[in-house]
Design a protein around this ligand. Structure first.
Ligand SMILES: [Zn+2]
Length: 173
């Protein structure tokens, strides 16, 4: 870096001096000519525009509750709840107190006699750290069924072989 006044290479720290009203980067000798020093102000405009963007992403994070409305209760919810509750060594009474629900309701749910509504399923999910609500966009069972006919099971291979031997036998007769 060279001094903007005398043109010499600046050894050490360059000085930012205001010389005759102009902001200059100068050597220590020329800095003495300056009337004041100046500093480059960090450009905060970029950060200011970044803030609203952050707010948008926060509001986007608030979307899951709406998404959760579309979630479906797992089929084996009663089993999952029971296993999770027993895993945490909680009695029906303990769990009832924890989530503010009647013990009789919890018993019915665990025996499969009652289906928890969305609100209760969410409470149980959080309290027991178990997955009860899943997105319906993943129909695992039907898609697996679609693929099954393409796969030839070992039993089918054996049957095919048997059919072939039967055919050859018939031909020999
Ligand atoms: Zn200089």
């Amino acid at each position: 870096m060279h001094c903007e006044v005398c043109g010499r290479q600046i050894v050490g720290k360059p000085y930012k001096a205001v010389i005759e009203g102009a902001k200059m980067v100068v050597c220590s000798d020329c800095a003495k000519l300056g009337s004041a020093y100046w500093e480059e102000k960090p450009q905060r405009r970029v950060k200011r525009t970044a803030k609203p963007l952050l707010r948008i992403s926060v509001s986007e994070k608030k979307q899951p509750p709406a998404l959760a409305e579309a979630l479906e209760l797992v089929d084996d919810f009663s089993l999952r709840i029971r296993r999770a509750r027993e895993g945490m060594e909680l009695s029906h009474e303990d769990l009832g107190r924890k989530i503010g629900e009647k013990v009789s309701v919890l018993r019915k749910i665990e025996s499969g006699k009652m289906t928890p509504d969305h609100r209760l399923a969410e409470k149980l999910q959080h309290a027991l750290r178990v997955e009860l609500l899943v997105p319906p966009s993943e129909p695992k069972a039907p898609s697996a069924a679609l693929f099954q006919p393409r796969e030839i099971t070992l039993g089918e291979v054996v049957r095919l072989k048997e059919r072939k031997t039967e055919v050859t036998k018939e031909r020999k007769q």
